[in-house]
Design a protein around this ligand. Structure first.
Ligand SMILES: [Zn+2]
Length: 286
């Protein structure tokens, strides 16, 4: 297990044990100790690696150092694609760039993968990406709505134990309880969408003041580093793109097509695609 003697067609090295190479299990112990030290916090892998691979890693590492090798092991279940096991021979494999070519944001993939706890088999399908996209739009629209309420709703100077405080308290407790439960990301997302649903009803009923809206947003931002799911708006980028589009429109009006093409290419090199529509020039990220 520790050492494989030389085999034709495999890499090997001259050593005091003869010609050969370390076994696969040993490679993992050696690499992780080299980069992370003799003990480290988290080792991940799929469930099929628990035995023999990870048990061997523990035995040989702890046998060599006498110290605990890894503090937490996190084993993910397998991924199914359209109800079938993902495998090269079936050809049911999507690469990240294929998913991007289908015009899905990488964020939609992250959402789809988080929507099922890591110990549960995830059935991945294009439908799961469509669902993820809709869920992300719901989060985005809700954040925009909160900003709108923060700007326009009356300010409540004496905040008491309001309905919104209860919603926020329940959300933070449920979210944390879910993540403490063996990283149950599905339940954590459930807590987020309960908050969105209940707060939307409260806004409809005029029960959300501007400070309530700010409080809800602060709570949502508190959990943002955990899931990293909220759509990002880059205001500085938006402004620089708008400026270049104005310059391009001015160039086109004065029939300076060389300049307008140059600006189009400059934006394209930054991953911005322009679409000229009857209503004006629109842009999107590639
Ligand atoms: Zn390994």
């Amino acid at each position: 297990m520790l050492w494989k003697s030389k085999k034709e067609g495999e890499p090997s090295w001259e050593t005091s044990l003869g010609e050969g190479r370390p076994g696969w299990h040993l490679e993992c112990s050696a690499m992780s100790m080299e980069l992370l030290g003799e003990s480290f916090d988290i080792h991940t892998g799929a469930v099929d690696l628990i035995f023999p691979h990870h048990e061997n890693e523990i035995a040989q590492s702890e046998g060599a150092t006498g110290k605990p090798f890894v503090r937490f092991w996190i084993h993910g279940e397998h991924l199914n694609i359209d109800q079938q096991k993902m495998s090269k021979s079936l050809g049911n494999i999507y690469t990240l760039s294929e998913i991007e070519e289908m015009r899905f944001e990488p964020l939609a993939l992250r959402y789809a993968l988080l929507s099922v706890p890591h110990r549960t088999k995830l059935n991945f399908s294009i439908q799961s990406l469509e669902d993820a996209k809709k869920a992300l739009e719901r989060i985005d629209l809700f954040l925009l709505r909160l900003d709108e309420v923060s700007r326009s709703a009356p300010h409540d100077a004496q905040r008491s134990d309001s309905h919104c405080d209860q919603l926020i308290g329940r959300f933070l407790t449920d979210f944390e309880t879910a993540m403490d439960d063996d990283l149950n990301t599905a339940a954590a997302l459930g807590a987020l969408f309960s908050l969105i649903r209940d707060a939307n009803i409260a806004i409809d009923n005029g029960r959300v003041t501007s400070n309530d809206a700010e409080g809800i947003k602060t709570a949502m931002m508190r959990v943002d580093p955990v899931l990293d799911l909220y759509p990002r708006r880059d205001d500085a980028l938006d402004q620089s793109v708008e400026k270049l589009i104005d310059a391009r429109n001015a160039a086109r009006r004065s029939r300076n097509f060389a300049e307008s093409d140059r600006i189009r290419d400059e934006l394209l090199s930054k991953g911005i695609i322009l679409e000229d529509t009857p209503g004006g020039t629109r842009w999107r990220r590639r």
